[in-house]
Each structure stands twice: as C-alpha cells, then as structure tokens.
Design a protein around this ligand. Structure first.
Ligand SMILES: Nc1ncnc2c1ncn2[C@@H]1O[C@H](COP(=O)(O)OP(=O)(O)OP(=O)(O)O)[C@@H](O)[C@H]1O
Ligand SMILES: [Mg+2]
Length: 508
C-alpha cells in the first residue's frame, strides 16, 4: 500500500513534469508562432532594458555619410582627431598625396582617444565595420577582387549624459571650427586671371597658384591703419549671422587709392593670404560684352576677392575702344556695352545675390577722378589711403630687408626720421634702395643720401634718379614702370586715359 502510494506519486510527478515541459514547449512554439520576430526582439530588449543597470554615458555615432552626402561632422572629427593623437595610440594611418605638403595622420580602426574639453572628458573611438549587407556570399572572391567590399566607418563619441547639451552646442561646433581652420591652413591659394585666347567663345578664368609672399607683417603701413584693416576683415568673416539678420549680402568692398608703388597690390595679396581667399583679377580691358562680365562674375567662387585694378582707367570703356581701334569708327554703339554703371549694377545686383563671403577691391591712383557713383556711401565699405612711406613704415621695411628689428635703434634712424617725414617717397622706392646692399650701414647711408637729394629736388620727380644705371635689370624695369606711370599721370587728360593694365598684365 505504502509502496503503492509511493509509486504513483513518482510516476505522477514525472508525468506532471512531462506535461509541464510539453506545455512549456507548446507555449513557446505558440509564442514563436503568434508573436512575430520583431516584436519578440522588442520585448526582449525592453526586458533587458529594465533589468540592466542604467548607463550614465551617452554615445553619439558619427557616420561617414548620411546616405548620399558626406557627413561634415565626420570629416571634421577625422581632421581634428589627427591633432589629438596620444602616446596611447598604437596604430595610426599615415598618408600623403603628391600635391600635399604635409603628412596626414588618421586613426586606424579600433583606435580610441581621450579628449578633454572644458574639463569634460570625451571618449572617441574610430570604428570600421565591414558591412555584409550587399556582399553576396557566393562570389566573395570576385567581390573582394573588384573591391566592392563596403565598409562602414564611423566615430563613436561617448561622454557623461549630463554633458549632452555642452557637447552638441559647444564641443562639436568647436571641432568643426578647428577642422575648418586646419583646412584653410593647408589650402593653396589661387589667383584667377582672364584668359582671352578664346576668340569667339569669350573669356574664361584661368588659375595659377598664388604665391605672393606679401603678408600683413611685411606690409609697410602705419600700424593703426593696418590694424583697422585686419579688424575689419576679422569682423567681416565672423558676421555671417549678422549679415543674414539685417538682410544684407555677405560682401565687403574696399577702395584702395594712392600713388603707384605704395603697396596697393601688396595689400590685396596680404589680405588674400590672411583670409585664405582666392583672388580673381578682373581686367575689364579684356571684357567686351556685358554677357561676358555676367558669366565671369557668376563663375567666381565663395570666399574670394574680386579685384579690379586701376578702376579710373578701366571705366571709360567706349572711349578706350575708340582709341584702341581707330579703324572701328563706324562701330555701332551697341557693341560698346561695358560701362561703370553697368559694372556697378552687376556688382550690386547679380553678384550680390549669389554667393557668400565675397570681397571686392577697386584700386586707383586717382581717387578724385572716380565716378561719384563709386564713392557713394555704402558702395565701398572702406576707403583705404595708401600713401608715401612714413618713418613707421620705413622701420618695417628696414626690418624686412635689412633685418634691423624695429626696437633696435640704428644710429642713422634719427636722421632718416627727420628726413622721411617731409619727403614723398613710396615704399616701393624705399624697398628698392634698401635692397642695394646687404650691409645695413651701406644701404642706410645710401638711403639717407637719396632722401637728402629728394628733399633738395623738392619732391618733384623720382624719374631722373642718377642711380638708375647701377641697378639690376629687374629693379630698373620696375622703376621704369613707375616712372612711365607717373608721366602718364601728368599727361593723363582726356583721351590719354587708357588702361595701363593692358600693357602691364597681371599686377600681383
Ligand atoms: N607698403 C608696402 N609694404 C611693403 N612693400 C611695399 C609696399 N609698397 C610697395 N612695396 C614694394 O613695392 C612693390 C610694388 O608695390 P605694389 O605693386 O604693391 O604697389 P601698387 O600700389 O600696387 O602700385 P601700382 O599703383 O603701380 O599698382 C611691391 O612688390 C613691394 O615689394
Ligand atoms: Mg598695383
């Protein structure tokens, strides 16, 4: 009896277990059948989420591209992180294309990096995952040969959750800015000039690398004026939002005026080097039709400087054509469409309505001859007078050419200071004189002599300088050019007006 009681109990337990197991299996298979896969995954995740300890860190995923377009943040992070590699990094990628000047450093996959910003630690990780999504398994050998293997590259940026706002609003913009700065530094500036070899197809921009060495440091100018210009440029590039808010085109115009050889072209090059903007040198003399001008202006890029040199000589276009083509007297007026007002209309209207961060610079030797339309307030934002060499400017040249630092007082400086202030001598002329000898004393003595002579001559003319013979050919040619321009200046009445630019080519 006892044993009989035991026996069924054991068997009943077994059968109970068996039936339970069976029903569990049934339940699971029912669940599998009834609840579709995604929802099951979801329930599982939710379960894990509830059970798992809450993480305090937030991870941002920065993928290489968002489908079609590249992800700016990714590129910026890549560039920025290359400046943050630490001794902890074990594998880095190095590359350099033939055109680049420097090596490029990149993180190798899996590398981690710790950055500190405002006392907050930010953990970066570079991940390279091979995506098998569209790699058909049966012909992997082919696909690897053809290298269609697609890789998904992304950065993970992790930090404490409480810094989310700071990272999004301050750290990432900082990374973007840094990367932009780096790109600017590496950028090779271009100078675009007109190519007129297209007989019927009009004109086109041609570009060469701008390797003009002029910078604000080497520019001989009074320091207040120099600082005012630099400040103006800084303000301009920083004010995207301002221009947008007040509904103005993000443009700035400068008018540089002053006698030949005072550094107008050098200042333009210095501005380009400072801002890392390309230069477009628009030689109006080479443009015949309005439509060409329109095409050319539209073909200029953002972050650039459009330069029109000697504007006083270039604007009287109908007259110029008259002079240049005597046999074309019978030409119809409609041929001659390019006028100052036409140009200004373009600049105010068309050119202003497209593109951003543009600078336009006009230069002239004779501000007084300019059409009042050009001087109207608001047209050119800043009028910059480039004038004869002051003592302060001279000291910059002395430091550039003779390596005399400006706080070192050369024994000839007081005499020069006395003389230079009442002599009209251009920085170009001073530079030329200082180049005559590598020996500072000799060069400065020569310069003092020149100043005295000029003072005696009463600033009349630098053309009849007897020292001309002693100069090397290149210097002499520059001098001739200056001299020739000055003669023209004297004689520049009425029909004599024509573009010097024609004969001089590019000025930079
Ligand atoms: N302010 C300056 N600072 C440093 N160098 C200068 C300065 N002005 C002139 N020079 C020297 O003289 C040369 C000629 O100057 P630049 O071509 O800039 O003069 P410019 O005012 O443009 O003359 P132009 O009216 O003939 O075009 C320059 O290459 C430079 O070496
Ligand atoms: Mg010039």
């Amino acid at each position: 009896m006892f044993s009989q009681r035991e026996m069924p109990s054991a068997s009943s337990m077994f059968s109970a277990y068996a039936s339970m197991a069976a029903s569990m299996m049934l339940l699971r298979s029912m669940a599998n059948e009834l609840i579709p896969q995604p929802i099951r995954g979801y329930i599982l995740n939710a379960f894990h989420y509830l059970v798992k300890p809450r993480s305090q860190s937030l991870t941002l995923v920065i993928e290489e591209s968002n489908g079609i377009a590249r992800n700016h943040v990714y590129d910026a992070a890549e560039a920025y992180l290359s400046t943050r590699v630490s001794p902890d990094n074990e594998r880095l990628k190095i590359c350099k294309s033939p055109k680049e000047k420097k090596l490029t450093i990149r993180l190798e996959k899996g590398e981690k990096l710790l950055d500190l910003y405002d006392g907050v630690s930010l953990r970066w990780r570079f991940i390279c995952a091979e995506s098998d999504k569209n790699a058909p398994s049966e012909n992997t050998s082919i696909s690897s040969n053809v290298s269609v293997r697609s890789e998904k590259r992304y950065f993970e940026l992790s930090f404490h959750k409480k810094h989310k706002q700071m990272v999004l609003e301050s750290y990432l913009p900082f990374v973007l800015d840094k990367a932009k700065e780096m790109k600017d530094d590496e950028r090779v500036l271009k100078m675009h000039t007109l190519n007129t070899s297209y007989c019927y197809g009009g004109v086109k921009w041609d570009s060469i690398n701008l390797e003009h060495p002029s910078t604000f440091e080497t520019l001989a100018m009074d320091s207040e004026q120099k600082e005012a210009i630099m400040e103006d440029l800084n303000r301009f590039v920083k004010r995207r939002e301002f221009y947008k808010r007040v509904g103005r085109a993000w443009k700035r115009g400068y008018l540089l005026y002053g006698p030949p050889g005072t550094g107008k072209s050098s200042l333009i090059a210095a501005m380009a080097n400072y801002l890392k903007f390309d230069i477009y040198d628009l030689q109006l003399a080479n443009i015949v039709r309005d439509s060409d001008l329109r095409k050319l202006l539209l073909a200029t890029a953002n972050r650039s400087i459009l330069v029109i040199e000697d504007i006083d000589c270039s604007v009287d276009l109908p007259e110029r054509r008259h002079v240049d083509h005597h046999h074309h007297h019978g030409r119809k007026q409609t041929d001659v469409q390019l006028t100052l007002s036409g140009l200004l209309n373009f600049i105010d209207g068309l050119w202003s309505s497209c593109g951003d961060e543009r600078i336009i610079i006009f230069t002239t030797n004779h501000k007084e001859r300019l059409d009042p339309a050009l001087l109207r307030p608001g047209r050119m934002d800043m009028h910059i007078h480039m004038s004869y060499c002051s003592f302060q400017a001279f000291k910059i040249l002395a430091s550039n050419y003779l390596d005399i630092s400006s706080d070192h007082h050369h024994h000839l400086f007081p005499e020069i200071e006395g003389l230079i202030e009442d002599t009209q001598i251009t920085p170009a002329h001073v530079a030329e004189e200082l180049m005559k000898s590598e020996d500072a004393d000799v060069a400065l003595q020569g310069f003092v002599k020149l100043l005295k002579r000029k003072k005696m001559e009463g600033d009349v003319c630098e053309n009849d300088d007897p020292d001309n013979k002693a100069e090397p050919a290149t210097k002499q040619s520059k001098k001739r050019k200056v001299a020739c321009k000055q003669k023209k200046t004297v004689a520049a009445a009425g029909t004599q007006r024509r573009t010097r630019r024609l004969s001089r080519g590019s000025s930079l």
